[in-house]
Design a protein around this ligand. Structure first.
Ligand SMILES: Nc1cnc(-c2cc(N)nc3[nH]ccc23)cn1
Length: 288
């Protein structure tokens, strides 16, 4: 399914943190093509040795990413196995994960946020057309390839990262930490993910993008309280921008049938762009 990379062709640099049962490092891979030596900056994602049993799911995530290609999907160069080390070799994305970027950058414009949400909707639509379910859409799994530069008319560019270990393989506690990104129906059946699950997660991710990276249900630390969120069919605090709140609410419908198609999501995002401008105009008018 994918390219295997020789361990000796990899070089580890600094640690960049960890994911579910994984550790990530900046690194380099060396290729020898037409007699020349090429080194490429990469992201090395190592599966924890004590979760070796998840290696199929770990590589399944990698193979899902390398069997299709899309401009907004992270490129996976391949995998390397060395002793009890299972390593996924990914493209290195300069500005890292969006959840941290949103927390750091406090003055991102509405058009920046809409632009990023539209890119996510496009790759979601592509995955649905390819009948591929991601299963872990969230701001932490969105990577910022390019920052915006308004002076040059350059807009932000994101890529969706791999879903990581399949949620069905994760323990109950890890699944709880995915509330409210994980669709309520997936809590009961994590091994039965659907495209509708990705739409629910899309709604929670758009909520994150418009809430400056404040995680939803922040401070709801106790797991049973988070479960109450689903039991009471609660919604995330709605945005003041009603059209945006409506879209997020549709995506985060407890009834799968009410979740919009990707086409509808894209259409609604496009109309938010125009209504967004009007909202600003309306607010400006109210000020006078
Ligand atoms: N495929 C990927 C995934 N994450 C990065 C990344 C980049 C960065 N500047 N800081 C980071 N801190 C944590 C991860 C990360 C890069 N590429």
């Amino acid at each position: 399914q994918f390219h295997t990379i020789k361990y000796e062709d990899l070089k580890w640099d600094e640690s960049l943190g960890q994911g579910s049962f994984t550790r990530i490092f900046k690194g380099e891979k060396t290729d020898y093509r037409d007699g020349e030596k090429h080194t490429t900056e990469v992201l090395l994602k190592e599966l924890d040795p004590d979760h070796k049993n998840c290696w199929e799911s770990f590589f399944e995530a990698a193979s899902f990413m390398s069997q299709i290609s899309h401009k907004h999907l992270l490129h996976v160069y391949g995998v390397s196995v060395h002793g009890d080390k299972n390593i996924m070799v990914q493209e290195f994305v300069k500005h890292g994960a969006l959840d941290l970027y949103l927390k750091r950058e406090k003055s991102l414009s509405v058009s920046w946020k809409l632009n990023v949400a539209k890119q996510l909707a496009c790759v979601l639509n592509f995955l649905e057309e390819q009948s591929i379910i991601h299963g872990n859409i969230c701001a932490k799994n969105l990577l910022l390839v390019r920052e915006e530069d308004p002076s040059q008319g350059i807009s932000p560019f994101i890529k969706l990262s791999d879903p990581g270990i399949n949620v069905a393989m994760l323990g109950k506690d890890v699944i709880m930490h995915r509330i409210p990104w994980i669709a309520p129906e997936s809590l009961a059946a994590p091994d039965n993910l659907t495209h509708e699950c990705d739409k629910w997660s899309f709604g929670a991710t758009v909520w994150e993008i418009f809430n400056n990276g404040n995680p939803p249900l922040q401070g709801w630390s106790l797991e049973e309280v988070k479960l109450k969120f689903y039991e009471n069919k609660q919604q995330l605090p709605p945005s003041q921008w009603t059209e945006l709140a409506d879209l997020i609410g549709q995506c985060m419908s407890y009834d799968l049938a009410f979740r919009p198609s990707c086409r509808s999501i894209i259409r609604q995002l496009n109309s938010l762009v125009t209504s967004g401008n009007n909202v600003i105009f309306r607010l400006a008018q109210d000020d006078h």
